[in-house]
Design a protein around this ligand. Structure first.
Ligand code: BEZ
Length: 276
């Protein structure tokens, strides 16, 4: 990365590195990314929520999927870094709270922690896992799905090329964490979990609109490192690079998603919480 090109220099790193976006535009998300919770049904099935269970939904967004846990009879607390998303979830009657998933304050109070399409925004993975471990009762489940290694690889490659042309190293500012199965399996075990299942699932995902919309909705932090003036040109260049790989002859876009889906169980609670 260059130190300064008149658009922020090292400030770019500070702004984007590891930054879970907390300024989601709820309407844009519903227009261009409603498929994210809509495709979350398999991970809800894997969780198998039961009536009366107390469940934490980590990265609940606007609460679309949280509602399905509540419909199963669970008592759910949702947390999200975005105050706007939390407001949208609360408007559905959900107990949603604005919180940093890397600094959870719950102790041994949940039967399960659930997460769909959020863990890839949480680059402080060890801090998140430490908080999940503390939040669960002994034997509690941690079930989730998020982007795994190879997720949106073509998009990452295009962003890397476009930002490199503007002196920015995308790898050093990427807001995304896409681990391999082995890496996440190891991390879960290191944090006291036994892993029941973990798999990588290639899931090419048709987009409801254009790649421009996907980039503006889900890759905004990557462009935020550029000046307003640079952004549109950089986005258009990324779209041009991606068109041959991800757009068909009728103009329909498909994103190259790879999901990492897992179910784990807390086998070694943190010291001091074993008998709660
Ligand atoms: C995903 O849900 O896989 C995803 C979200 C944002 C950026 C990249 C991937």
């Amino acid at each position: 990365m260059k130190s300064d090109n008149g658009t922020g220099g090292t400030g770019r790193e500070a702004e984007a590195a590891g930054a879970f976006p907390d300024d989601w535009d709820v309407r844009r998300y519903r227009d261009h990314a409603a498929f994210v919770p809509a495709l979350g049904a398999p991970v809800v099935t894997l969780l198998a929520p039961r009536p009366g269970e107390r469940i934490l939904d980590l990265g609940c967004g606007d609460g679309t999927l949280t509602e399905s846990l509540i419909a199963a009879g669970a008592e759910v607390v949702g947390i999200d870094a975005s105050a706007d998303m939390v407001a949208a979830a609360r408007a559905r009657g959900i107990d949603a709270r604005t919180a940093d998933a890397a600094a959870l304050s719950f102790t041994a109070e949940f039967d399960a922690v659930f997460s769909n399409a959020a863990l890839h925004w949480m680059t402080a993975a060890d801090a998140v896992l430490a908080g999940v471990r503390r939040a669960l009762r002994p034997g509690g489940r941690f079930v989730g799905e998020f982007g795994g290694a190879g997720n949106v690889a073509a998009i990452v490659t295009a962003l890397t090329a476009v930002l490199a042309g503007r002196g920015v190293d995308f790898a050093s500012i990427s807001p995304w964490y896409f681990p391999t199965v082995d890496a996440y399996h190891g991390r879960l075990e290191a944090h006291g979990f036994g892993v029941d299942t973990i798999e990588s699932i290639p899931r090419p995902t048709p987009l409801p609109g254009a790649m421009e919309d996907w980039l503006e909705t889900l890759a905004a932090p990557a462009f935020r490192v550029l000046s307003e003036r640079e952004r549109a040109a950089a986005r258009d260049k990324a779209v041009a690079l991606l068109r041959p790989a991800l757009c068909d002859e009728r103009g329909r876009w498909t994103a190259d998603y790879v999901r990492l889906r897992f179910a784990a169980r807390l086998t070694t609670p943190p010291a001091g919480t074993e008998n709660r």
